[in-house]
Ligand binder design. Structure first.
Ligand SMILES: C[S@@+](CC[C@H](N)C(=O)[O-])C[C@H]1O[C@@H](n2cnc3c(N)ncnc32)[C@H](O)[C@@H]1O
Length: 287
């Protein structure tokens, strides 16, 4: 099943369909925010989910639905140099939180494009863009391995906790390089892992929870460089401690699917081996 790329994407999409519908798959109020909904607005305001993602004041005034349905593991636009008039592309835009933050930065003279494969997420993001009054946000249906976006048309590629979910990361990295304008930049928050056990790798539930499909920081950076991107660097690193990993797994994976998995034991096994990073990279002006 993990070998069939389309099946993996289908399972991931089903997972996030349930997640955004508020089903029992995930979204416990103790969610760590990594691929998990930040749950109720008071949790978003006060809990560590939003703080951990590092949104700070960036979400003030945004539609509550977009903030409550944030499934990210960072804030890819924090401290970015996105300028008014630029074109921003968000890979796996979900319910749209980063689309909205990007739209504020580029202003009405700029454009923001989101790509996602999950209909329920696309509907949410479009509704949230309307609610926020941003006519320059467009959400397209597609997969990030084959972006429905013109080559050389984008100033910034952003993404938040999505590429770890791709079963074909090299295709995603090549697509980033293709759609960026020469000199265009990438700022991506994501999960990376180091030495997680094989049995974790085999679990679809843990895959959809952003753990089992993640690669190491070195592999990630090497993939970006192979795609032709330059100035690849880790701009930020947030390690998950044992409590955060346990809360992540328990809030993401329903008991019925966890089955016989001993969550505290699993958390102990992967703690300090899972962390969130922000990668920066740039498409060279030539070549
Ligand atoms: C963890 S959520 C993150 C959503 C959003 N970036 C955020 O921060 O709230 C992952 C999102 O990526 C989408 N996704 C996952 N794999 C994808 C793929 N291969 N192609 C397109 N969308 C994908 C899912 O449908 C889901 O909306």
């Amino acid at each position: 099943m993990m070998d069939d790329k389309d099946e993996v994407r289908k399972s991931v999409s089903e997972f996030y369909t349930q997640a955004v519908k508020g089903g029992s798959w995930c979204c416990g109020p103790a969610s760590s925010g990594c691929c998990g909904s930040a749950a109720a607005p008071d949790v978003v305001a006060k809990g560590f989910a939003a703080q951990f993602a590092g949104y700070g004041a960036d979400t003030v005034g945004l539609p509550a639905d977009a903030v409550e349905n944030s499934f990210g593991c960072g804030n890819p636009l924090a401290f970015s140099e996105v300028q008014p008039g630029q074109v921003v592309l968000d890979l796996g835009s979900g319910a749209g939180i980063d689309l909205l933050i990007a739209a504020r930065k580029v202003g009405l003279s700029g454009r923001v494009i989101g790509v996602d494969m999950t209909d329920e997420m696309i509907d949410r993001a479009r509704a949230n863009a309307d609610a926020a009054g941003f006519p320059n946000i467009e959400v397209r249906k597609g997969i990030i391995e084959n972006l429905p976006v013109e080559s050389g048309s984008v100033d910034w590629v952003i993404s938040n906790c999505v590429i770890n979910l791709s079963p074909e990361k090299d295709r995603v990295f090549a697509e980033i390089a293709r759609v960026l304008k020469p000199g265009g930049r990438m700022s991506v928050s994501d999960i990376v892992v180091q030495d997680v056990p094989d049995w974790v790798r085999q679990s679809m539930a843990l895959y959809a929870s952003c753990v089992a499909g993640a690669v190491s920081e070195d592999e990630y950076a090497a993939g970006l460089r192979r795609a032709g991107l330059a100035d690849v660097e880790v701009a930020e690193r947030f390690p998950y401690d044992l409590e955060q990993v346990r809360s992540l797994i328990e809030s993401e994976v329903p008991g019925a699917i966890l089955g016989s998995i001993d969550t505290p034991a699993l958390a102990a096994e992967v703690a300090e081996k899972v962390w969130s990073v922000k990668f920066h990279a740039r498409k060279p002006l030539e070549g």
